[in-house]
Design a protein. Structure first.
Length: 587
């Protein structure tokens, strides 16, 4: 039993050791530096393109077997040159990817491998450079800018566009992983002075005899720079050499990822706050719309009540008029006519009581008005009772009891009419003022809601772009980390322990600026015309000299003839003239 337990413990320990062997993390750090070097002419043609890679491994390495696999895109393996460390044990080409393998037995706690070679890929930058000046000609064959002269102004335009493949389309816009770019311009101070920069440099300095200007640029899409150079002097050699323009691109997706994630958190918070504020404004607008609707209902109800009150005041006044007429004329009537009149009056009272009850039932009257109506109904009922029990023989005595109820009807008619007019005025006031103010507030809220909706839309667009930029950076980091694998005693180093930096150096060669430079075997039209003019001038001078010589000879001959020192034969003179003529023809 004990032996089984011991075996079980040994198995568990073995499994634990194997797990540690393959998955434990050691204090090993790996650093890989990638440098691309391109030299271009002003037309963007690649003159040279190289890559330089340095790999450093630090940690507990002494006495251990180290395997390094480096993967490079576009490397010309035939141009590989080791700068430090042993040659790779083997290389494998997989499409445009070249894999370099090193198997090293470490004798120290660090390993350094550095190599360089030609690379077939183009720089991730589209560059257009133009140099303009009056009468200046670009000679492609000899890479010269001719006809340079002093006090001349050169205009230089430079356009740089990020054309790397790490991009995505969001909202019809290309989101490109940006570079941190340092652009440098250098020129001899004693020959040139630069002015009229469309974008002012971040740094200016003077080094030896050169003025230097640097621009720090966050290059996501493109950068355009224009400036002028004034030619102060062209020197004794009549030619000026300008150092190449320098462009340093730093590819740092780690910083881009960190910045994108921070801005994403801020934007998400801003979007949520904007959404909350937008919902609050929408709720407030809906409440005001509801208030506006309720106000319209109140206006209509008040107006309807006022009209009803005026109508009923007229009906009550008509009753008053009838009762008052009865009161005034009852005495003059005989018994029979009075009996008929009382019957009709009883019916009128019933109708009036029904009207007042209908008013109470269908309209929300104020408490004082309700009390008045109840009082009138009571009086009318009382009057009807009197009429029903009236004793015509005692009519003279009972008729006086009608005076007070009849007068109360008149007063109530006036009160009801005033209430109706007041309600109509109140309804008109509400219609003319309150809805207008509410509508203004609702319009203001709608305008603000539209603005916030646009802000929310813009924030969301920016947020989606940051999401895309974050994803591109993550993908680029994965590509960088997959470009190298380190194994120590067969165990792969965690990618988190590997730091990678990438830089691209681009130099743009500027043509040699010369004044008028004659190249052997070449003669342009202007030079040919000048040479012909010089030859013609020389011939004319020679003709003048020969004519003058003939004149002198003739003068001498005449002098000799006068003195008769010697007689010169005419044939000899003709021969001499023929020789002179031949000389002229040869000239």
């Amino acid at each position: 039993m004990k032996s089984r337990e011991i075996i079980l413990v040994l198995i568990i320990l073995s499994i634990t050791m194997n797990v540690n062997k393959f998955y434990c993390r050691e204090d090993i750090s790996v650093k890989k530096e990638i440098l691309y070097i391109y030299n271009l002419d002003i037309n963007g043609t690649i003159l040279t393109s190289k890559i330089r890679v340095k790999i450093e491994v630090y940690g507990d390495l002494n006495g251990r077997n180290i395997t390094i696999i480096d993967r490079v895109r576009g490397l010309n393996i035939n141009s590989l040159e080791m700068l430090e460390g042993p040659n790779p044990n083997k290389n494998i080409s997989n499409g445009d990817i070249c894999e370099l393998y090193w198997s090293i037995f470490a004798e120290k706690n660090y390993i350094v491998i550095e190599y360089r070679g030609d690379i077939l890929s183009r720089p991730p930058l589209n560059i257009n450079l133009h140099i303009y000046s009056r009468n200046m000609v670009f000679d492609k064959n000899y890479y010269l800018l001719r006809n340079l002269s002093e006090r001349r102004v050169l205009k230089i335009d430079i356009f740089m566009e990020n054309i790397r493949e790490d991009r995505r389309n969001v909202e019809n816009e290309d989101i490109i992983l940006p570079y941190i770019m340092l652009f440098g311009l250098s020129y001899p101070e004693k020959y040139f002075s630069a002015t009229d920069f469309t974008s002012q440099p971040n740094i200016t300095a003077r080094q030896q005899d050169n003025d230097i200007a640097y621009w720090n640029i966050f290059l996501q899409h493109s950068f355009n720079l224009s400036f002028k150079i004034y030619v102060k002097s062209i020197g004794i050699w009549k030619s000026i050499w300008i150092p190449p323009l320098s462009i340093d691109l730093i590819d740092d997706p780690w910083s881009i990822l960190n910045s994108a994630e921070k801005n994403i958190k801020k934007l998400e918070k801003a979007v949520n706050e904007t959404e909350y504020m937008l919902n609050q404004l929408i709720s407030m607008r809906d409440e005001l719309n509801n208030i506006s609707t309720q106000t319209d209902i109140l206006i209509n109800a008040t107006e309807k009540l006022g009209k009803a009150e005026i109508k009923y005041s007229k009906d009550i006044y008509a009753l008053y008029f009838t009762l008052n007429t009865f009161y005034l004329n009852i005495r003059s009537l005989d018994i029979n006519s009075t009996q008929r009149y009382l019957y009709n009056l009883s019916k009128t009272i019933d109708k009036t009581i029904d009207t007042l009850n209908d008013l109470k039932k269908n309209y929300n009257l104020s408490e004082p008005a309700t009390r008045v109506i109840d009082n009138i109904i009571g009086n009318l009922s009382y009057m009807k009772g009197i009429i029903s029990n009236i004793d015509l023989s005692r009519i003279e005595k009972n008729i006086r009891k009608f005076e007070e109820p009849i007068n109360s009807l008149k007063e109530f008619s006036y009160v009801l009419r005033n209430l109706g007019e007041m309600h109509l005025k109140f309804a008109e006031l509400l219609r003319n003022q309150t809805p207008s103010n509410l509508n203004e507030k609702i319009d203001e809220l709608n305008s603000r809601i539209d603005e916030l909706s646009k802000e929310r839309e813009d924030l969301n667009k920016t947020l989606y772009k940051l999401y895309a930029l974050r994803d591109i950076a993550i993908e680029k980091i994965k590509n960088y980390r997959s470009s190298i694998s380190i194994f120590i005693d067969g165990r792969k180093i965690d990618e988190e322990n590997i730091s990678i930096s990438s830089k691209i150096e681009i130099g743009i060669k500027i043509p040699l600026l010369v004044s008028k430079l004659k190249i052997e075997g070449e003669e342009n039209g202007e030079e040919r015309a000048e040479n012909q003019y010089n030859v013609l001038k020389s011939i004319l001078i020679y003709i003048f000299l020969i004519t003058f010589l003939i004149f002198i000879v003739n003068m001498v001959l005449r002098k000799f003839r006068r003195k008769k020192v010697k007689r010169i034969d005419a044939k000899e003179v003709e021969k001499l003239l023929d020789k002179i003529s031949n000389i002229e023809k040869k000239l």
